[in-house]
Design a binder for this molecule. Structure first.
Ligand SMILES: [Ca+2]
Length: 52
């Protein structure tokens, strides 16, 4: 997860399609906060907070 965020930040502001996932569904041609937001949405779905 950290590695993916790192890659996103490394490519911040570029047009790397690999990291360009937001806005959904096809991205907008640049790596920015929308992509981080989409990624976080996926992450929360895959790994929800631990139950008490
Ligand atoms: Ca984007």
């Amino acid at each position: 997860m950290i590695r993916t965020v790192r890659r996103l930040i490394d490519n911040w502001g570029t047009n790397k399609t690999l990291c360009d996932i937001g806005p959904m569904p096809w991205g907008d041609g640049k790596v920015d906060i929308d992509d981080l937001r989409v990624f976080m949405t996926y992450y929360e779905k895959e790994d929800p907070p631990a139950q008490p």
